[in-house]
Write a protein that binds this ligand. Structure first.
Ligand code: DON
Length: 307
């Protein structure tokens, strides 16, 4: 199907279809996330010509959780270049996002930067190389999204900090192998903080458009990252962004994508734009069931697979 001039009726139909999906469970291992209304649902498509089309709760902000791993990774790649790949691999893990077992077998080197261990490693790079890693990341996110109002949610940050035993275990295990340089508490604080950033589907669609545009922000024309690094980030999103469901997502949809346990999800369509969706209930892989269905439906209807 050719993309229609006005995407809104199509997005509305896709959102209504997704609302019929009733399975899934809102994340509660971070207690503050469990308080979110499970019925929120939003879908936004930002195209490289600057158009943003949305349906549902697309201006309501939510905790982007693991989607923040994209921003952290990009900063670490810019800062230390290929040295990063000595400390984290670029392979799918075949394990849940917070799994510990593989990390010990592989001597404290995480499988990829999208699982929690990898993102904690990336947080160590940021804490070690920026005097104020949080404000550096926040300024970058605000500028990419063209929204100075973006904030972290301190309740979610504190809630995750006080229920973060598994992430602490991952960080201390990496430290024991000599793969964390800074103070573990500080590294975890950065990681929990970046997961608690709150953005809307429209913010994220705008903020990640550079990944669909060879590293250049389509709005400002500014080079955010090199074409090569944009390709590399998209490759990691394709192989690891949906965790242990990345293979199925590549098979059925065929786009670089990233989910978060706050129910958010983004998919990058190179040379076209960004699809951004949000609905809190998660499937058994920790991916948002309705958000995934909406992105799959939109991509399939327009034939957007990169393969
Ligand atoms: O560390 C955690 O478990 C969460 N802050 C982030 C996990 C996450 O979003 C996984 N995504 N589907």
């Amino acid at each position: 199907m050719q993309a229609p001039e006005d995407l809104k009726p199509l997005l509305e139909e896709i959102l209504q279809d997704a609302l019929t999906i009733t399975d899934g469970k809102v994340a509660d291992y971070i207690p503050a996330l469990a308080e979110v209304d499970r019925e929120h649902c939003a879908l936004t498509v930002a195209t490289l010509d600057g158009k943003i089309t949305s349906v549902g709760d697309s201006t309501t902000v939510y905790s982007i959780q693991s989607i923040s791993k994209i921003f952290g990774l990009m900063m670490a790649m810019e800062r230390i270049g290929d040295e990063l790949w000595q400390r984290v691999q670029m392979e799918p893990s075949g394990q849940p996002f917070n799994s510990i077992v593989q990390l010990e077998w592989e001597k404290g080197i995480p499988r990829n930067p999208m699982i929690n261990a990898g993102a904690i490693l990336v947080s160590d790079v940021l804490v070690s190389h920026y005097s104020t890693s949080k404000s550096a990341l926040l300024n970058m996110v605000r500028s990419l999204c063209n929204n100075e109002g973006i904030l972290a949610d301190s309740r979610v940050h504190e809630s995750e900090k006080s229920h973060g035993s598994r992430n602490s275990a991952l960080a201390y295990l990496m430290k024991s192998f000599g793969n964390i340089n800074s103070d573990v508490t500080e590294v975890l604080d950065h990681y929990f903080w970046q997961c608690s950033l709150t953005l809307s589907t429209e913010d994220l669609a705008r903020g990640l458009a550079f990944l669909a545009n060879r590293g250049v922000c389509p709005r400002s024309g500014e080079k955010i990252t090199s074409h090569r690094d944009a390709q590399r980030i998209n490759a990691l999103l394709s192989t690891s962004g949906m965790y242990d469901q990345s293979g199925e997502f590549a098979f059925t949809v065929g786009l670089p994508a990233k989910s978060g346990v706050g129910g958010g999800m983004v998919a990058i369509v190179p040379d076209y734009g960004v699809i951004s969706a949000w609905s809190p209930p998660l499937n058994s892989y920790g991916n948002p069931a309705r958000a995934m269905a909406m992105i799959r439906n939109f991509a399939n209807r327009l034939g957007l697979s990169v393969y």
